[in-house]
Design a protein around this ligand. Structure first.
Ligand code: 2HG
Ligand code: ZN
Length: 472
């Protein structure tokens, strides 16, 4: 949007489509929207549009398409890669008013849910119906279903239940030209042509705007065990994982790794609570087991396995959650890590994955590669060890300020991603591409894959109005 007159013309048109009070233009109304999680990408939208239905989303897109106005769809704004930043002239399309009560079909074990519902409210609706939506992220209180699907979010239970994609049976989405692709399929089997649902999932708002979805639900586990363990190294964590997988297989629903430097960043966030283990360790693992049926023997089997691991030197110490409160307290610590790292300035982030077998080597080599670029840099990896995904984040060497540190990010990232690719890993395992990793996309993604992606983008969004500058 260029001139003031044109801007007024368009806001009046938007007001006609969704109601003037849902077109935000004043500095005060815009303020809560003009930031993004990382604080790295400009959000300068001249207006925020808050449609209240799928049809209104579609009408807004048709209008933007007709006038060549760039639109950035926005869910809970919890993404890590600047995917919901809006450079000058891009309007923000907030889905937060699309938040009707989720509809659960408990016999079909599915839920139809609006894009603007938070992940947490969807989980609660499933629980009230006696079912389980295992998709779980630290930001689930704010992350919205539309954004979770648009970014194919992962979280702590991917190991057993998969990514957001694996939960979604059907979607409804507004396309760039204002048509609605309505495919609220609730079937497990429907083999009818190209999988457009999976094309839109993970497209980060560049191919359409997801407005509603059908999610698959699971039986609520009746028996759970959670342990927090201290270990001598990442190598031991790998051995432990291998051992536990042999013993418990699919009952392992989470196996999270926390390095000592990442753990140290949590200390100021304990707020007087005792640390779960008496001594410090070089590495930590938070592990969950879950059984659908009553499994009275699970606790004993887990205890025995921990005792054996201890005897063999695989773990140095462990605490087993005795009840739901203790379990929640351990998970609360894990979920505070992103915030703790933000406070500690761990601002050069890598969301990589490697084959699980390469994790320990990757951690050592990735740290050495970053050190070679910037001596004294503090590697503080943590993450979803069981599925090979680490948040390989770095804080500055002592005394270095944020802007000097950020200026070194491209070199550090190139070094770390180089190690990751040598291990046949991915430079973006969980958070997507957004605006942060378009450089890596161009450099490392297969050129044929990029060509096909561009062709799909041209077919669905020929004028390039949908989240321009993200992904490709
Ligand atoms: C998590 O696993 C999130 O907690 C955030 O994916 C990761 O802050 C990060 O780097
Ligand atoms: Zn994560």
């Amino acid at each position: 949007m260029s001139s003031d007159t044109a801007f007024q013309h368009y806001t009046a048109a938007f007001a006609g489509l969704i109601g003037a009070r849902h077109v935000l233009t004043s500095a005060e109304a815009l303020a809560p929207y003009l930031s993004e999680e990382r604080g790295l990408y400009p959000v300068k939208a001249p207006c925020v549009l808050r449609p209240g239905s799928t049809d209104e989303v579609a009408a807004v897109l048709a209008c933007c398409n007709a006038h060549g106005i760039a639109v950035v769809p926005r869910g809970g704004n919890t993404g890590m890669v600047g995917g919901t930043a809006a450079p000058e002239g891009h309007v923000l399309l907030s889905l937060d008013r699309l938040a009707g009560a989720p509809q659960v079909d408990s016999v079909n074990a599915t839920m139809t849910v609006d894009a603007g519902c938070t992940l947490q409210s969807a989980q609660e609706a499933a629980r009230e119906a006696g079912l389980y939506l295992p998709l779980s992220l630290a930001s689930e209180g704010s992350a919205q279903i539309g954004g979770v699907l648009a970014t194919n979010a992962g979280g702590v239970n991917v190991l057993r239940y998969g990514n957001a994609r694996d939960f979604c049976l059907g979607i409804e989405a507004a396309l760039a030209d204002g048509r609605v692709l309505s495919d609220l399929n609730a079937l497990r089997k429907n083999n009818t042509g190209y999988d457009l649902r999976n094309l839109l999932i993970g497209s980060e708002g560049t191919l359409g705007v997801i407005t509603r979805a059908v999610l698959r639900l699971h039986p609520m586990p009746r028996s759970r065990q959670t342990a927090f363990m201290g270990l001598a190294s990442a190598g031991r964590a790998l051995e432990l994982y291998n051992r536990m997988r042999g013993l418990f297989g699919d009952q392992i629903s989470a196996f999270e790794f926390i390095s000592a430097p990442a753990w140290a960043m949590l200390a100021p966030h304990l707020h007087g609570r005792a640390a779960p283990l008496a001594e410090g360790h070089r590495a930590y693992v938070l592990m969950d087991l879950a059984s659908v049926g009553d499994d009275p023997g699970l606790e004993e089997r887990f205890q025995n396995s921990l005792a054996a691991a201890f005897d063999e030197g695989l773990i140095e110490d462990a605490t087993l959650a005795a009840n739901e409160t203790q379990r929640a307290a351990l998970w609360d610590l894990r979920e505070r890590l992103p915030e703790a790292q933000k406070h500690a300035g761990a601002d050069i982030k890598h969301d990589i994955s490697v084959p699980v077998s390469a994790l320990a080597d990757f951690i050592a080599e990735g740290q050495a590669a970053a050190e070679a670029v910037l001596p004294g840099i503090v590697g503080a990896p943590f993450g979803h060890f069981g599925d090979g995904n680490l948040h390989f984040n770095f804080a500055p060497p002592p005394g270095m300020n944020r802007s000097d540190f950020r200026a070194r990010a491209p070199e550090v990232t190139q070094a770390v991603v180089g190690v990751c690719l040598r291990h046949r890993g991915s430079f973006s395992a969980e958070h997507g591409i957004g605006r942060a990793k378009t450089g890596e996309m161009a450099r490392y993604k297969n050129p044929v894959a990029l060509d096909v992606m561009r062709a799909i983008k041209r077919a669905l969004d020929p004028k390039g109005i949908l989240n321009p500058g993200a992904v490709l």
